[in-house]
Ligand binder design. Structure first.
Ligand SMILES: [Zn+2]
Ligand SMILES: [Zn+2]
Length: 374
């Protein structure tokens, strides 16, 4: 292997460049060296790229949804993780301390003494632990890994991330169970993942919403098992859900739309008496005007869905490995490391004519295309 590896570094809003670094050396008490096969992109990457998440983290190597092959691993880390060179692993974003009260209670996503994160903000300014927009990642001994079968195409295997969110928000927090009516507001990759997870959890009727321009995604939602797809620009969501449920409302509502306030009010109206509402669509820090009386009077459970945990990632990986759903229908774009900026702009809808749902960076893409000229 080369002594020099390449990684994408973000230095400012919309400013990214390729840099070369010495290949990390894995010491005896160290973690591992991961060869990145693919790294997913989500709305957070768009926000980070645009500079909306603050610049105190820069410069950094972004990419917080990495999947790869263990290239080298210390003996102690191999024993703790149960991995060996050649194994495929999905990497979680956070590197928790693993010893504070929150970590010990299983709430490691909120660890305040975390070591850092792969591709998210790191406590120490500077490059810190790397993200996945890189040929290789140096894994810290506290990094959290999930082993995964190696025979699934990397662009699909890397969907452990959006699927993990769908599993946690629909099944674990929403408690979707047999026969439940589920309303999913928003049909991005996480909305689609929530459709899959709800279907897998045994939901009865699944209703998903989108805008008029989301026609393609709403069609995918139907393919993934949604019974009804509502264009919110053409139909009234609350009235439609009332009609479908005979006036009762949905058992579980997931609010996954970015920035918009109306879907939160719709969620509270469309959920049944005593139902659950899971909020996962960030509104950019803006206040949302709503009547809390409806929460009291309908005895609702309203939950904030911060992050995804290991249990959800593990179940998402089993779902991918089961091969029950046509995940390839959701994967729309693959880019090499050189095209990270364009990849993020494509997911953000900034590239005219491109209808992106799931976008992945595959660092080996350039080599592959050199091997297989087409
Ligand atoms: Zn993400
Ligand atoms: Zn901790």
């Amino acid at each position: 292997m080369a002594d020099v590896i390449r990684a994408v570094v973000q230095t400012g809003p919309r400013q990214i460049e390729m840099r070369e670094f010495p290949r990390p050396v894995i010491g005896p008490d160290d973690g591992a060296l991961l060869r990145v096969e693919a790294c997913g992109i989500c709305g957070s990457d768009v926000e980070q790229y645009r500079g909306h998440l603050g610049q105190q983290w820069l410069p950094m190597v972004p990419g917080h949804e990495p999947l790869g092959i263990i290239e080298e691993v210390s003996a102690s880390a191999a024993a703790r993780w149960g991995v060996q060179p050649g194994d495929r692993v999905a990497v979680e974003i956070l590197i928790p301390c693993r010893s504070c009260e929150l970590c010990l209670a299983g709430r490691y996503m909120s660890c305040r003494t975390r070591i850092g994160s792969h591709g998210g903000g790191n406590p120490e300014r500077g490059l810190g632990p790397w993200g996945g927009f890189s040929e290789y990642i140096h894994l810290h001994p506290n990094s959290i890994l999930h082993t995964m079968r190696g025979d699934i195409p990397a662009e699909l295997a890397v969907m452990f991330n959006p699927l993990g969110a769908g599993v946690r928000w629909a099944a674990h927090l929403g408690g979707v169970g047999l026969g439940d009516t589920v309303l999913i507001l928003g049909c991005g990759q996480r909305g689609l993942a929530a459709v899959l997870a709800s279907r897998a959890a045994g939901a009865g009727t699944i209703i998903v919403t989108g805008l008029s321009r989301d026609r393609f995604k709403l069609g995918l939602a139907r393919e993934f098992g949604a019974d009804v797809a509502i264009d919110v620009e053409a139909e009234d969501v609350v009235a439609r859900v009332a009609e479908i449920t005979g006036g009762a409302g949905a058992d579980v509502v997931l609010e996954l739309t970015p920035m918009a306030a109306q879907p939160i009010r719709d969620a509270l109206q469309a959920v049944r008496w005593g139902g659950r509402v899971v909020l996962a669509g960030l509104k950019g820090g803006r206040p949302v005007e709503l009547s809390t009386d409806v929460i009291i009077n309908k005895a609702l459970t309203v939950m904030g869905a911060f992050s995804v945990d290991s249990r959800a990632y593990a179940e998402a990986i089993r779902l991918i490995e089961a091969g029950r759903f046509p995940l390839e229908r959701m994967h729309t774009h693959t880019f090499g490391l050189e095209d990270v900026g364009r990849a993020i702009e494509t997911l953000a809808g900034e590239v005219p004519g491109e209808d992106a749902v799931h976008v992945a960076i595959v660092p080996g893409l350039r080599c592959l295309s050199m091997l297989m000229p087409m």
